[in-house]
Design a protein around this ligand. Structure first.
Ligand SMILES: O=C(O)CCC(=O)C(=O)O
Ligand SMILES: [Fe+2]
Length: 333
């Protein structure tokens, strides 16, 4: 990983004569930093995103808890999508609201028997107009991030000399991507030991981790605090860049690249202010085979491994907000 400022990928160039060059620059960014900025996303408006993010988190706690997962509110039967509250004892100090795809499923039966396709619950608010505007925005934003992610994956494949649709094919049908609205209140009062990064004692809002899916497209607005870990173990701030999203690689894309592209560790530091961010986790269809490789390799043939059960195992083991989910053996593919 370099110490230079992170590369910038301008998606406007994907539609013009500079596409091949953009694809090469993207592959270079995936290989070196694993973190880069993407700008030029058609229709992306971070002010609008901020307005809706705040609107959600300013709802009364009772309304948010009404759509909390059942491990946080036993009165709901929500297990995967929906709201999770702050846990003051955890390395991560955040509340969040997670939404799945709002497109009709090719196979609607999946809604009833597969966690990843659980319908997104909406907050019960009296002002229906505001709720409708929030829903309309969220559907549109989910679509924008999906489209930007698909373009990045096509470019990544092209930049490696693979067929353009090699990666995007893994998203058909019914991808399980997650749109996550996040609010991190600053820590106050007693600080638990878990709130300090064991590597350097920094005060955390989100502990060091790497993401699971293909790519994460993250909006950080003007809130600093995100840091990535360099190969030598040191931490580097990722400055905010107006109008751009920060993109990093998840474990699945790292695996499919044969480990050449790294899913870089990152964390969020507490700077003493309320912080908002909106990651979009670009995830394939539930049964996407993680054993495919972007390019021919000398490795022995591998057994197919489905994304869904693998991702769920990681979530249960690594993230407090999912620790009570049922194990994948109980899922139907
Ligand atoms: O809030 C941020 O800036 C980072 C969030 C993140 O890394 C995550 O939710 O996986
Ligand atoms: Fe992350």
């Amino acid at each position: 990983m370099s110490c230079d400022p992170l590369p910038v990928i301008d998606l406007r160039q994907a539609a013009g004569p500079g596409r091949a060059q953009l694809a090469s620059r993207l592959v270079a960014a995936l290989q070196t930093d694993g973190f880069f900025y993407v700008e030029g996303i058609d229709g992306y408006d971070e002010h609008e995103l901020m307005t809706y993010t705040r609107w959600f988190f300013e709802l009364p706690d009772s309304v948010k808890m009404g759509i909390a997962r059942s491990n946080f509110n036993p009165a709901t039967n929500i297990r995967y999508r929906g709201y999770f509250p702050v846990d003051k004892t955890n390395a991560s100090h955040k509340e969040g609201y997670e939404l799945g795809s709002l497109e009709p499923l090719v196979d609607p039966e999946k809604h009833s028997h597969n966690l990843f396709y659980e319908p997104t619950p909406w907050p019960e608010v009296t002002d229906r107009k505001q709720l409708d505007a929030f829903k309309e925005f969220s559907v549109r934003f989910y679509g924008l991030m999906t489209a930007a992610g698909m373009t990045l994956l096509e470019l990544a494949a092209e930049g490696c000399g693979a067929p353009s649709d090699k990666l995007v094919n893994l998203f058909r049908p019914d991808p399980v991507s997650t749109l996550r609205y996040l609010h991190y209140p600053p820590r106050q009062g007693d600080i638990p030991a878990s709130a300090r990064d064991p590597t350097d004692g920094a005060l955390l809002l989100c502990g060091a981790h790497n993401d699971s899916g293909f790519l994460t497209l993250l909006s950080t607005f003007e809130y600093e605090g995100l840091e990535l870990q360099r190969a030598d173990g040191s931490w580097m701030p990722v400055p905010c860049r107006s109008g751009a999203v920060v993109v990093n690689i998840g474990d699945m894309l790292s695996t499919i690249s044969g480990g050449r592209w790294k899913a870089t560790h990152h964390r969020v530091i507490d700077h003493g202010v309320d912080r908002y961010s909106v990651p979009f986790f670009l995830e394939p269809t539930y049964s996407a085979n993680m054993s495919v490789r972007l390019q021919d390799s000398q490795e022995a043939p591998r057994e197919p491994v489905s994304y869904g059960p693998w991702a769920l195992t990681k979530m249960i083991n690594d993230y407090y907000e999912f620790r009570d989910l049922p194990y994948p053996q109980s899922l139907v593919a």
